[in-house]
Design a protein around this ligand. Sequence first.
Ligand code: E4P
Length: 223
Amino acid sequence: MKLFLDTAVYEEIEEAVGWGVIDGVTTNPTLIAKAGHDHEEQVKRICQIIGNVSAEVVSEKRDDMIVEGRRLASWHRNVIVKVPMTPDGLAAGKVLAVEGTRVNVTLCFSVNQALLSAAIGAYIVSPFAGRLDDINEDGMKVVADIVAAYRQQEIKTLVLAASMRNPMHVTQAALAGADIATLPFSVLKQMFNHPLTEAGQKRFLDDYRKTQEAKPAAAPAKR
Ligand code: E4P
């Protein structure tokens, strides 16, 4: 399972790219607003340091979304155009996909919506697990069911587990067979943590320092 970062904050992306653990970034209008930068400038900047950058259309009608999607795709070859899981969104996504643009269908909450996304030739479908959990539905079961249905039907659309709220979600998404999980920076950082790693590393370094202190002082150089 590939890991994407769910943010539009450049500094977070830069840091995670430095760790070598992420393969892409997902943005949405809320994340762009939080980052507080111009959409085009920010997406282009992110595309300089990482591939697979989802950028979302904000138009509501099919034809407007097509024009907007083409514009987003023209910003950089790393852009994946996100369209909403609505009739207009899918109709626009179909045109963009036929033109060769990679399309990510966002706001997916059911297997049937994922089947519709696959039918337009979407590159990615994004089930929002956390938001389903928020309304007392089992988000990760929906992710697992989409993966199972796609396998059964030999569908190539990638399943991207979105709306990940904690490190448990990431483990569950991997076990469910998701192709990608997109994580807030805070969740990505939590993935590194284990008390035994911390304690083990401290002990290794303490023991190493002790061997250095126990070494006999180097003999003075001969003249
Ligand atoms: C995915 O592409 C979305 O940006 C994201 O995962 C939504 O997460 P949220 O429900 O935490 O806003």
